[in-house]
Design a protein around this ligand. Structure first.
Ligand SMILES: [Cu+2]
Length: 238
């Protein structure tokens, strides 16, 4: 009888130990959240929330691995535009091939002496400020408003001169109607005023990975804090 009691006690203790063990391993499996700007270095939080320093939404540290992209394209998406474009490397693409990354887009032309060099510098400046671990999630696209003159070769040379080298930079030559259609979506206005000169709006647009417009920055050399914040937010919610 005594032995049976001991045996029972042993079984109960063992069961308790096992369930205790389960609990601890479950807790270590929990997702940790971190500020995308790493305001507090590598500090992690166990709950969702906002960074107490910059107030940006905390993101799961294992986010990249769990990302699943849907094949859905909404009516507002630029991926519905079916015109063809040439990249600076002479590759023919459609906009929907850019799907999956947050897109930062601007319209320029390579012979511009006034605004475009500054707009290009603004793009570089934005790219510079994206945290290193998120750089892979963003693509920077310069669309020429002068598709007659801006051949892939000219775009390639322009990219080199302006330090737009690396896989995150894409320069596009379209067709005249394709460029006009794209400009209308961005509400960018442009007009040819002489063979090599255009007047144009100065707008940098941010699209989510589904190709929907989420933010625009207007002007030259403007404060890009809002734009950076929007880009990071977009990455973290997709
Ligand atoms: Cu210009």
């Amino acid at each position: 009888m005594k032995t049976l009691k001991y045996l029972l006690l042993l079984v109960v203790t063992a069961t308790l130990l096992v369930s205790c063990d389960k609990k601890t391993s479950k807790e270590t499996d929990k997702v940790a959240y971190q500020c995308p700007m790493k305001c507090e270095g590598d500090k992690v939080y166990s709950e969702k929330g906002n960074c107490p320093v910059c107030e940006m939404k905390l993101r799961p540290t294992s986010k990249v691995a769990t990302k699943v992209l849907s094949s859905f394209i909404s009516e507002e998406s630029i991926f519905n535009l079916t015109t063809k474009w040439n990249t600076q490397d002479g590759k023919e693409i459609e906009l929907k091939e850019l799907k999956g990354k947050t897109l930062v887009m601007v319209m320029i032309y390579t012979t511009c002496k006034a605004a475009c060099p500054r707009l290009t510098a603004d793009m570089r400046n934005i790219e510079d400020k994206i945290p290193a671990d998120l750089k892979n999630e963003v693509e920077f696209i310069l669309v020429s408003i002068d598709p007659v003159n801006d051949t892939p070769e000219k775009l390639k040379a322009f990219a080199k001169e302006n330090f737009l080298e690396g896989p995150q930079w894409t320069l596009l030559q379209g067709t005249e109607s394709g460029v006009r259609e794209f400009a209308n979506v961005l509400a960018v206005k442009y007009k040819q005023i002489s063979p090599l000169d255009f007047s144009h709006s100065n707008i940098i647009s941010v699209f989510n990975p589904g190709g929907e417009l989420v933010h625009q920055q207007e002007g030259l050399g403007v404060d890009n804090k809002e734009t950076i914040k929007k880009i990071i937010e977009t990455i973290n919610t997709h």
